[in-house]
Design a protein around this ligand. Structure first.
Ligand SMILES: Nc1nc2c(c(=O)[nH]1)N[C@H]1C(S)=C(S)[C@@H](COP(=O)(O)OP(=O)(O)OC[C@H]3O[C@@H](n4cnc5c(=O)[nH]c(N)nc54)[C@H](O)[C@@H]3O)O[C@H]1N2
Ligand SMILES: Nc1nc2c(c(=O)[nH]1)N[C@H]1C(S)=C(S)[C@@H](COP(=O)(O)OP(=O)(O)OC[C@H]3O[C@@H](n4cnc5c(=O)[nH]c(N)nc54)[C@H](O)[C@@H]3O)O[C@H]1N2
Ligand SMILES: [Mo]
Length: 762
């Protein structure tokens, strides 16, 4: 169904200047980023990177580029880069004592350790870890399942609080893969395509796409659409750039999202603003939902959230205008109430009739169409056992934690993140012994209670980590470190949400000589595979390009090989609107939605089956002043964390001098009145502390947060500090204040964005 098209008369992938400089067109996947695919012009001479510019011919980014790509040269040739494989004795973990080794020795050692582990302790002692979705993160399940043969894949983001809870609410109530604001991304003429309509309003909820380009939504598309008349409603505890341009800024108390979403539903139903035809034809359980939202009258919601009742009513009335769209972000996931927030917001847009219409909320194709694993195809065709429903990876025995949280198996085949720490600490139900880790800086970024994770990692018999730079996690726990290539040094490809959404399919081309002995993560995987299965005849595993061809072949109707993609650099594919009318959303080809009732489930039969309330509801944050007045006596402020910055991608880019000049230290944003009451001045080091721990950040006095809220940067460490002090990660790491295992009832969500705290001068 998706139709891949290339622009005619585009500039060739490589052109040459008279002095021998080559200009390569390619797509980006980092130097600190997701596998996003911004269009680049890379100037190269004698195999070396000279400079990077935005590619004006790229149909989506149109020459626009962020500061992380613009400073690429500093990153690629940085003196701190890991240049060759190194080893360290297990007893020297934490010490800066490394010995250079060959790739052969590194990979042979990993394979020998792996075989020893399996022989002595069984396959369940083997774990494979990966951090947030970068290009190489696409291979983690193949690496785990097809190379190491284990189901113990680890992504230890507490409560899987990144995109997966949102996807769970989409899948379990709408039967859809990722649902994104329609920004005409798949059309060759973008906003000029007559099929597209500009949204009247966009509700931006707990997301800052200008900085994050989150989940494939390019931030500049918001600006493009605002220029075409789109207005904003922003639900955010901070008055960020978008909020200050919004028609209504709903400045809610952190963590109270569930109440606010239910309040908006209350207004829409009470004031009869919803689309009766759509509700009658395509939804299930409207009466039950209408009954439920009576529990959330606007005045009560206003008390809970701190948002004025009039603003809630006004925002709801704006959103009732057609078409309007929704962009919901990470704050939805980082909350134990996460599934209900997602359910409530999606229900709101469904009953308003904004689903899958031009300028509305674009529904993802079922994974059948999207080149995902065979099991997901089975799921979309409704022929898999419920236990077998998984969005990522292959089916196998259950990963750790799925017995306790069976809902996990219906969306993702990693271990339950928090249960992984329990398992590491207790050895129950299995003692993990071997870890292969790619693209992940656990203790500086992802995990709450990072000291516990560090100790737990150190209990493993063997740890190998592949990264571009040394990190606190490598320094703390690795026995072998492997040098990873940047995206300019390797072959790869990028797509939007695995091609389940309209969007782009781009080539990432090797355009410069490798730095040191770096290899791509894909090559590492293929070489490990060859060592473990020397007689394997899988042709698509012969080399990276063949492997990429195999992946591209799974994207339905893309009909493209890596060679062709490299030649054109970038293709776009469109997907139809109103797929539910055309039988395009269900594996069986009948109209409707891919849910048990065939309708959008405002009353979710899947939640009911999982033992969860079938209707959305609000949970007060567990550590708030309302839930815990005792704690509030000592920790009167509310902390949110992790709002994205242009100058870093999580814990990455901290070595890059230009970026540190722009944003030098980890920052805590404090309202000036609060700061004055604490004797804290702008730019001074400040401790942020709560019952779990403390971290030292630099105060930024700003009215963008209310007096009782502070916002802290996440993912900080100081590469310039002593390696054996783990680069001061215990000074500046904010996740020391975030609790372990405080998830929602089905195991999702946690408190990165709503914890109590106090401040004092450092
Ligand atoms: N430059 C850069 N880009 C990134 C990343 C990065 O580190 N740097 N990380 C990537 C990753 S893995 C992800 S998941 C995405 C995340 O990107 P987004 O989904 O955009 O999320 P955030 O930037 O964390 O937060 C967005 C907004 O949520 C607000 N917020 C805080 N607490 C609450 C709350 O309780 N409720 C509500 N409604 N809002 C709240 C913050 O003030 C902030 O403005 O970004 C990706 N892109
Ligand atoms: N307090 C708080 N904590 C948070 C968040 C928050 O909002 N607040 N956000 C959370 C979220 S949503 C996420 S996704 C996690 C992210 O947590 P992580 O994924 O652990 O963090 P990263 O810093 O992205 O770590 C990635 C590592 O991979 C390396 N790397 C980069 N490119 C490559 C490559 O091509 N190959 C290899 N092998 N390595 C590479 C980088 O140098 C870096 O060390 O953090 C979470 N932590
Ligand atoms: Mo994330």
């Amino acid at each position: 169904m998706p139709k891949l098209t290339f622009r005619e008369n585009a500039t060739a992938a490589v052109t040459r200047l008279e002095d021998g400089t080559e200009i390569h067109r390619t797509c980006s996947a980092g130097l600190g980023c997701h596998n996003l695919g911004c269009g680049l012009k890379v100037y190269v001479k004698d195999g070396k990177l000279k400079k990077i510019e935005g590619d004006p011919e790229h149909p989506i980014t149109n020459g626009r580029l962020c500061v992380r790509c613009l400073t690429a040269k500093e990153y690629v040739y940085h003196t701190d880069r890991i240049l060759y494989p190194q080893k360290r004795k297990r007893e020297n973990r934490g010490k800066d004592i490394w010995e250079r080794i060959s790739w052969d020795e590194a990979l042979d050692t990993i394979v020998a350790q792996y075989k020893k582990t399996v022989a002595e302790h069984g396959i369940d002692a083997v774990t494979v870890w990966s951090g947030t979705g970068r290009e190489c993160g696409m291979y983690v399940f193949q690496l785990a399942n097809d190379v190491f043969g284990t189901v113990q894949t680890v992504h230890p983001n507490s409560g899987w609080s990144c995109i997966v809870p949102r996807m769970a609410s989409m899948l379990w109530t709408m039967g859809s893969s990722y649902i994104e604001a329609d920004n005409a991304i798949g059309f060759l003429d973008r906003y000029d395509d007559p099929r597209w309509q500009c949204p009247k309003y966009m509700l931006v909820w707990g997301r800052d796409p200008l900085r994050s380009n989150a989940d494939g939504l390019f931030g500049h598309s918001l600006i493009d659409m605002m220029k075409r008349g789109m207005k904003l409603i922003v639900a955010d505890p901070r008055a960020n750039w978008l909020a200050t341009r919004a028609e209504h800024h709903l400045q809610l108390r952190p963590g109270t999202d569930g109440a606010l979403a239910l309040g908006l539903l209350n207004v829409v139903i009470e004031e009869n603003l919803y689309d009766h035809d759509f509700v009658d034809c395509w939804t299930y359980g409207f009466d039950e939902l209408a009954e439920r939202v009576k529990d959330y009258p606007v005045e009560k919601v206003s008390d809970i959230t701190g948002v004025a009742a009039e603003d809630i009513r006004a925002a709801a009335r704006c959103l009732a205008q057609s078409p309007s769209t929704l962009s919901m972000g990470l704050a939805v996931d980082q909350n134990p109430n996460t599934l209900q927030i997602g359910h409530a917001l999606l229900s709101l847009f469904a009953i308003l009739g904004h689903m899958d219409v031009p300028g509305g909320c674009f529904m993802g194709l079922p994974p059948t169409f999207a080149g995902m694993s065979e099991n997901v195809v089975a799921m979309a065709n409704n022929d898999a056992e419920p236990e077998g429903l998984a969005l990522y990876g292959n089916l196998g025995k259950n990963p750790v934690g799925h017995d306790r949280f069976p809902a996990m198996s219906r969306i993702v085949n990693t271990t339950h993140p928090d249960s992984t720490l329990d398992t590491l600490e207790t050895g129950l139900p299995v003692r993990f012994r071997f870890a292969f880790i790619q693209n992940h800086n656990a203790i500086a970024c992802m995990v709450p209670q990072p000291k516990r994770w560090m100790e737990a990692l150190r209990k493993l018999d063997f740890v190998a980590i592949a990264d571009v730079f040394m990190t606190p996690t490598i320094m703390a726990a690795a026995d072998i470190v492997l040098p990873a290539a940047t995206f300019l040094e390797k072959s790869a490809y990028c797509s939007n949400n695995n091609a389940s959404q309209p969007g782009q399919l781009g080539a990432i081309r090797q355009v410069i000589d490798r730095v040191g002995e770096a290899k791509s993560d894909l090559e590492m995987m293929l070489e490990l595979h060859e060592r473990i299965y020397p007689n394997s005849k899988k042709p698509e595993w012969a080399n990276p390009e063949a492997y990429i061809d195999g992946q591209l072949a799974k994207i339905r109707d893309a009909n493209v090989t890596f060679d062709v993609l490299q030649e054109h650099v970038i293709g776009q594919y469109e997907i139809e609107y109103k797929k539910y009318e055309k039988g395009l959303l269900r594996g069986d080809g009948t109209p409707g939605f891919n849910t048990p009732t065939g309708r959008i489930e405002l009353y979710s039969t899947v939640f009911a089956e999982l033992g969860e309330d079938p209707l959305p509801y609000y949970i007060e944050p567990k550590f708030s002043a309302i839930s815990r007045p005792d704690l509030a006596l000592e920790y009167p402020l509310t902390m949110t964390s992790g709002a994205r910055r242009f100058t870093s991608f999580h814990s990455e880019n901290r070595q890059i001098n230009t970026l540190r000049e722009i944003h030098k230290w980890p920052v805590v944003q404090i309202n000036p009145i609060t700061a004055a009451a604490h004797g804290i001045t702008n730019g001074s080091w400040t401790w942020v502390e709560n019952q779990y721990g403390r971290a030292r950040l630099v105060a930024e006095l700003t009215p963008i947060v209310k007096e009782d809220v502070v916002n802290c940067d996440h993912g900080w460490w100081l590469p310039e500090s002593d390696a054996e002090d783990l680069y001061d990660v215990w000074q500046v790491g904010i996740n020391q204040l975030v609790p372990h295992e405080e998830n929602g009832p089905l195991g999702f969500g946690t408190h990165y964005k709503c914890m109590p705290c106090k401040l004092y001068r450092a």
